[in-house]
Design a protein around this ligand. Sequence first.
Ligand SMILES: [Zn+2]
Length: 239
Amino acid sequence: MPTGKVFSRPARKVTNFLNSLIDWIYPPQCTCCGKEPDLCPFLCKECYQKLLLFDNTPDSIVYHKDHPADRVKAMFYFDEILQQLIHDIKYRDASYVANYLGRKVGEYYKLSEFSQCDAILPVPLFSVRKRERTYNQATCLAKGISKEWGIPVEERWVKRCRNTNTQTKLNKEERRKNIEGAFIVRKKSILPEHICIIDDVFTTGATTMEMARTLKKAGVKEISILCLATPLREGKRKI
Ligand SMILES: [Zn+2]
Protein backbone atom coordinates (compact mmCIF):
# COMPACT_ATOMS: atom_id res chain seq x y z
CA MET A 1 0.00 0.00 0.00
CA PRO A 2 1.50 3.34 -0.94
CA THR A 3 2.46 5.65 1.90
CA GLY A 4 2.89 9.42 2.00
CA LYS A 5 6.63 8.83 2.09
CA VAL A 6 6.63 7.01 -1.27
CA PHE A 7 4.92 9.99 -2.90
CA SER A 8 6.80 12.73 -1.05
CA ARG A 9 10.00 12.55 -3.12
CA PRO A 10 8.35 13.02 -6.57
CA ALA A 11 6.11 15.71 -5.08
CA ARG A 12 9.21 17.50 -3.79
CA LYS A 13 10.83 17.21 -7.21
CA VAL A 14 7.78 18.80 -8.83
CA THR A 15 7.80 21.62 -6.27
CA ASN A 16 11.52 22.22 -6.80
CA PHE A 17 11.04 22.21 -10.56
CA LEU A 18 8.16 24.71 -10.32
CA ASN A 19 10.21 26.95 -8.00
CA SER A 20 13.14 26.92 -10.42
CA LEU A 21 10.78 27.72 -13.29
CA ILE A 22 9.28 30.66 -11.36
CA ASP A 23 12.83 31.88 -10.51
CA TRP A 24 13.74 31.62 -14.20
CA ILE A 25 10.68 33.55 -15.35
CA TYR A 26 10.83 36.05 -12.46
CA PRO A 27 14.43 36.12 -11.20
CA PRO A 28 14.59 37.08 -7.49
CA GLN A 29 15.49 40.70 -6.88
CA CYS A 30 16.78 42.69 -3.94
CA THR A 31 13.75 44.36 -2.33
CA CYS A 32 15.60 47.65 -2.04
CA CYS A 33 17.66 48.10 -5.22
CA GLY A 34 16.57 45.36 -7.63
CA LYS A 35 19.99 43.66 -7.91
CA GLU A 36 20.42 39.91 -7.51
CA PRO A 37 19.99 38.86 -3.86
CA ASP A 38 22.99 37.55 -1.97
CA LEU A 39 23.53 36.45 1.68
CA CYS A 40 19.76 36.63 2.17
CA PRO A 41 16.82 35.72 -0.15
CA PHE A 42 15.51 39.27 -0.56
CA LEU A 43 18.52 41.59 -0.18
CA CYS A 44 21.71 41.98 -2.16
CA LYS A 45 25.02 41.97 -0.29
CA GLU A 46 25.33 45.76 -0.31
CA CYS A 47 21.84 46.40 1.06
CA TYR A 48 22.19 43.59 3.62
CA GLN A 49 25.40 45.12 4.91
CA LYS A 50 23.67 48.47 5.33
CA LEU A 51 21.39 47.04 8.03
CA LEU A 52 22.30 48.71 11.31
CA LEU A 53 22.41 46.69 14.47
CA PHE A 54 20.88 48.51 17.43
CA ASP A 55 20.70 45.73 20.06
CA ASN A 56 19.69 48.10 22.80
CA THR A 57 16.81 49.40 24.87
CA PRO A 58 14.90 52.03 22.85
CA ASP A 59 15.32 55.53 24.27
CA SER A 60 11.55 56.13 24.34
CA ILE A 61 11.40 53.75 27.31
CA VAL A 62 11.96 56.85 29.49
CA TYR A 63 8.44 58.00 28.64
CA HIS A 64 7.05 55.00 30.52
CA LYS A 65 7.71 55.82 34.16
CA ASP A 66 5.70 52.88 35.45
CA HIS A 67 7.04 50.61 32.79
CA PRO A 68 5.93 47.05 33.40
CA ALA A 69 8.52 45.17 31.32
CA ASP A 70 11.58 43.57 32.88
CA ARG A 71 13.68 44.04 29.75
CA VAL A 72 13.12 45.68 26.36
CA LYS A 73 15.29 45.52 23.28
CA ALA A 74 15.12 46.24 19.56
CA MET A 75 17.57 44.47 17.29
CA PHE A 76 17.89 46.89 14.36
CA TYR A 77 17.84 50.58 13.77
CA PHE A 78 14.79 51.49 11.68
CA ASP A 79 16.62 52.86 8.64
CA GLU A 80 15.43 53.04 5.02
CA ILE A 81 16.19 49.34 4.37
CA LEU A 82 14.19 48.15 7.38
CA GLN A 83 11.46 50.62 6.46
CA GLN A 84 11.22 49.08 2.98
CA LEU A 85 11.22 45.53 4.38
CA ILE A 86 8.49 46.31 6.92
CA HIS A 87 6.46 48.02 4.20
CA ASP A 88 6.74 44.86 2.08
CA ILE A 89 5.74 42.71 5.05
CA LYS A 90 2.70 44.84 5.81
CA TYR A 91 1.43 45.79 2.39
CA ARG A 92 2.96 43.43 -0.20
CA ASP A 93 2.20 40.08 1.39
CA ALA A 94 5.86 39.34 2.14
CA SER A 95 5.28 37.22 5.24
CA TYR A 96 8.41 35.15 4.35
CA VAL A 97 10.50 38.30 4.95
CA ALA A 98 9.08 38.58 8.49
CA ASN A 99 9.72 34.89 9.06
CA TYR A 100 13.32 35.18 7.87
CA LEU A 101 13.97 38.28 9.99
CA GLY A 102 12.35 36.53 12.94
CA ARG A 103 14.89 33.72 12.60
CA LYS A 104 17.70 36.31 12.56
CA VAL A 105 16.33 37.89 15.76
CA GLY A 106 15.95 34.44 17.32
CA GLU A 107 19.49 33.49 16.38
CA TYR A 108 20.94 36.72 17.75
CA TYR A 109 19.13 36.50 21.12
CA LYS A 110 19.35 32.71 21.48
CA LEU A 111 21.63 32.83 24.53
CA SER A 112 19.99 35.84 26.19
CA GLU A 113 17.39 36.19 28.96
CA PHE A 114 14.75 36.73 26.26
CA SER A 115 15.04 33.12 25.11
CA GLN A 116 14.46 31.93 28.70
CA CYS A 117 10.74 32.77 28.40
CA ASP A 118 7.98 30.17 28.62
CA ALA A 119 5.91 31.51 25.72
CA ILE A 120 6.25 33.96 22.83
CA LEU A 121 3.31 36.34 22.28
CA PRO A 122 3.12 38.49 19.15
CA VAL A 123 1.28 41.80 19.58
CA PRO A 124 -2.17 40.95 18.16
CA LEU A 125 -3.84 42.95 15.41
CA PHE A 126 -7.46 44.03 15.74
CA SER A 127 -9.56 41.33 14.01
CA VAL A 128 -10.78 43.55 11.15
CA ARG A 129 -7.23 44.66 10.41
CA LYS A 130 -6.01 41.05 10.40
CA ARG A 131 -8.71 40.08 7.89
CA GLU A 132 -7.63 42.95 5.62
CA ARG A 133 -3.98 41.96 5.75
CA THR A 134 -4.54 38.17 6.00
CA TYR A 135 -1.68 37.76 8.46
CA ASN A 136 -0.14 39.48 11.46
CA GLN A 137 3.46 40.56 10.82
CA ALA A 138 4.34 40.19 14.51
CA THR A 139 3.14 36.56 14.39
CA CYS A 140 5.39 35.83 11.39
CA LEU A 141 8.36 37.33 13.27
CA ALA A 142 7.41 35.36 16.39
CA LYS A 143 7.25 32.10 14.42
CA GLY A 144 10.77 32.69 13.08
CA ILE A 145 12.02 33.34 16.61
CA SER A 146 10.17 30.29 17.90
CA LYS A 147 12.02 28.04 15.45
CA GLU A 148 15.35 29.21 16.90
CA TRP A 149 14.37 29.06 20.58
CA GLY A 150 12.08 26.01 20.52
CA ILE A 151 9.48 27.95 22.54
CA PRO A 152 5.80 28.02 21.47
CA VAL A 153 4.03 31.02 19.94
CA GLU A 154 0.70 31.65 21.68
CA GLU A 155 -1.25 34.08 19.54
CA ARG A 156 -4.66 33.41 21.09
CA TRP A 157 -3.86 34.20 24.72
CA VAL A 158 -4.28 37.96 24.26
CA LYS A 159 -6.90 39.65 22.11
CA ARG A 160 -6.91 43.21 20.81
CA CYS A 161 -10.46 44.34 21.47
CA ARG A 162 -10.26 47.83 19.98
CA ASN A 163 -9.05 49.30 16.72
CA THR A 164 -6.18 51.66 17.56
CA ASN A 165 -4.75 52.17 14.11
CA THR A 166 -4.68 55.96 14.14
CA GLN A 167 -1.62 55.97 16.43
CA THR A 168 0.78 57.62 13.95
CA LYS A 169 -0.94 61.01 14.16
CA LEU A 170 -1.01 61.08 17.97
CA ASN A 171 1.56 62.36 20.43
CA LYS A 172 2.99 60.15 23.20
CA GLU A 173 0.33 60.93 25.80
CA GLU A 174 -2.52 60.58 23.29
CA ARG A 175 -1.09 57.24 22.08
CA ARG A 176 -1.05 55.91 25.59
CA LYS A 177 -4.66 56.98 26.23
CA ASN A 178 -5.71 55.61 22.85
CA ILE A 179 -4.26 52.18 23.60
CA GLU A 180 -5.38 51.97 27.25
CA GLY A 181 -7.56 48.90 27.80
CA ALA A 182 -7.10 47.75 24.18
CA PHE A 183 -6.01 44.21 25.16
CA ILE A 184 -7.80 41.47 27.03
CA VAL A 185 -6.25 38.25 28.32
CA ARG A 186 -8.22 35.18 27.25
CA LYS A 187 -6.36 32.44 29.11
CA LYS A 188 -5.62 33.86 32.57
CA SER A 189 -5.60 30.42 34.18
CA ILE A 190 -2.76 29.06 32.06
CA LEU A 191 -0.43 32.04 31.90
CA PRO A 192 3.18 31.03 32.63
CA GLU A 193 5.75 32.98 34.67
CA HIS A 194 7.74 34.56 31.85
CA ILE A 195 6.33 35.87 28.55
CA CYS A 196 8.25 37.46 25.69
CA ILE A 197 6.20 39.95 23.64
CA ILE A 198 7.21 40.38 19.99
CA ASP A 199 6.52 43.35 17.73
CA ASP A 200 7.95 44.80 14.52
CA VAL A 201 8.73 48.44 15.38
CA PHE A 202 9.15 50.00 18.82
CA THR A 203 8.31 53.69 18.35
CA THR A 204 6.91 55.20 21.54
CA GLY A 205 6.35 51.74 22.95
CA ALA A 206 2.75 52.58 23.90
CA THR A 207 1.34 49.39 22.37
CA THR A 208 3.82 46.84 23.71
CA MET A 209 3.84 48.53 27.14
CA GLU A 210 0.04 48.36 27.37
CA MET A 211 0.15 44.67 26.44
CA ALA A 212 2.84 44.10 29.09
CA ARG A 213 0.76 46.01 31.67
CA THR A 214 -2.30 43.88 30.86
CA LEU A 215 -0.31 40.63 31.20
CA LYS A 216 1.27 41.72 34.49
CA LYS A 217 -2.19 42.58 35.86
CA ALA A 218 -3.29 39.09 34.82
CA GLY A 219 -0.51 37.59 36.94
CA VAL A 220 2.53 37.14 34.67
CA LYS A 221 5.66 37.64 36.80
CA GLU A 222 8.23 38.45 34.13
CA ILE A 223 7.80 40.25 30.81
CA SER A 224 10.39 40.67 28.07
CA ILE A 225 9.75 42.79 24.99
CA LEU A 226 11.73 42.13 21.84
CA CYS A 227 11.20 44.15 18.65
CA LEU A 228 12.70 43.98 15.20
CA ALA A 229 13.58 47.67 14.98
CA THR A 230 13.38 51.09 16.59
CA PRO A 231 13.64 54.47 14.89
CA LEU A 232 15.99 55.98 17.48
CA ARG A 233 19.41 57.13 16.46
CA GLU A 234 21.38 56.53 19.62
CA GLY A 235 23.94 53.74 19.78
CA LYS A 236 23.74 52.62 16.16
CA ARG A 237 26.55 50.61 14.63
CA LYS A 238 26.99 48.39 11.61
CA ILE A 239 26.58 44.62 11.78
ZN1 LIG B 1 20.18 45.78 -2.84
